[in-house]
Design a protein around this ligand. Structure first.
Ligand code: IPM
Ligand code: MG
Length: 358
């Protein structure tokens, strides 16, 4: 039996608790099948933490995450907290946890599931073979630079500053090169070097590191052009690496190529094996509590956790294969169903996946 791994579970808001429950079910099944062992600890985070503790990221939740081997996050946010002041917004908790845990890298794979090709708004022939990963810098740039209001010549002004240093660029770019090495060996570095100083620094650092990875083919793409090329030639991308805000935008675009945001997993990583894993989709307050949310993105985030944090590749493969076989058998949650009257619910989808695991 493997060592017991501590998992900090922060289910969060909206559909978070529903999808996380199914992911835990899958993890328990892998304990049985592969002799793995997990200890789950639950903490408050996001809107629910604002309601119960008066802050989106309570210290005890942060301590629990720091003491864990990995974090499983559901989703945070909802209309209830949208008009709150900044310190009392769920998003502030999310940025805070990324920074406090040193999670400088966000990895979002966007891969077309063959049997869901029709879910995309793009033509199947354009999508054919699309399988890319966006590697987004997560703890720098305009998200974390100084922000303030001031009186200017024309009245009140708002300022957000974008800052990057060489170290921050180096570590994320190296990680992206390493990932590209394990895949099709193509890296697109995305910036706005024709305008922004931070992008010029970014590009210099990429060019300095590139000779260490002669086996990886590098292209520099300006962010506006990248937004276009993602729609025109998505299959030509392998790994895309970019700064925080560009990555926020491009990863949503890449997710939509697949047409099934309910299927996409993500990992946020730092220097070591520790990581935070969460579905790409949000808290979907409109369908919360109805038992109809798609748990697959969270379940696939567990597979990502097994691979990237624990090296449990066999168990990860068994989860991914089970998801594929359940989809191939025609089972769909409402978000990906062509005939919604035949859709299965959240728990039923979880049960089907557990039953398909070998
Ligand atoms: C994401 C989200 C967050 C971000 C928001 C909720 C703060 O859009 O994880 O991509 O912008 O990073
Ligand atoms: Mg986003």
């Amino acid at each position: 039996m493997a060592d017991t791994k501590k998992i900090a579970v922060i289910a969060g808001d909206g559909i978070g608790p529903e999808v996380v429950a199914e992911a835990i079910k899958v993890m328990k099944k892998t304990e049985e099948l592969y002799g793995l062992s997990f200890e789950f600890e639950h903490g408050l985070f996001g809107g629910i933490a604002i309601d119960e503790k008066g802050t989106p990221l309570p210290q005890e939740t942060l301590d629990m995450c720091k003491a864990a081997d990995a974090v499983l996050l559901g989703a945070v946010g909802g209309p209830k907290w949208d008009n709150n002041p900044k310190e009392l917004r769920p998003e502030t908790g999310l940025l805070g946890i990324r920074k406090a845990l040193g999670l400088f890298s966000n990895i979002r794979p966007a891969k077309i599931f063959d049997c869901l090709k029709d879910a995309s708004t793009l033509k199947p022939e354009v999508l054919e073979g699309t399988d890319l990963i966006v590697v987004r810098e997560l703890t720098g740039g305009i998200y974390f630079g100084d922000k303030f209001r001031r009186e200017g010549a024309n009245g009140e002004e708002a300022v957000d500053t974008c800052v990057y240093n060489v170290h921050e660029v180096e570590r994320i770019v190296r990680q992206a090169f390493e990932i590209a090495r394990t895949r099709r060996k193509k890296l697109a570095s995305v910036d706005k070097a024709n305008v922004l100083e931070t992008s010029r620094l970014w590009r210099e650092v990429v060019n300095r590191i590139a000779p260490e990875y002669p086996d990886v083919e590098l292209e520099h793409v300006l962010v506006d052009n990248c937004a276009m090329q993602l729609l025109r030639r998505p299959a030509s991308f392998d790994v895309i690496v970019t700064e925080n805000m560009f990555g926020d935008i491009l990863s949503d675009e890449a997710a939509m190529l697949t047409g099934s945001i309910g299927m996409l997993s993500s990992a946020s990583l730092g220097e070591g094996a520790f990581g935070l894993y969460e579905p790409v989709h949000g808290s979907a307050p409109d369908i919360a509590g109805q038992g109809i949310a798609n748990p697959i993105a969270t379940i696939l985030s567990v597979a990502l956790m097994y691979r990237l944090t624990f090296g449990y590749h066999e168990a990860a493969q068994s989860i991914e294969d089970a998801v594929a076989s359940v989809l191939d058998a025609g089972h769909r949650t409402a978000d990906i169903a062509t005939d919604r009257s035949k859709a299965v619910g959240t728990q039923q989808m979880g049960d089907l996946i557990v039953a398909a695991m070998k």
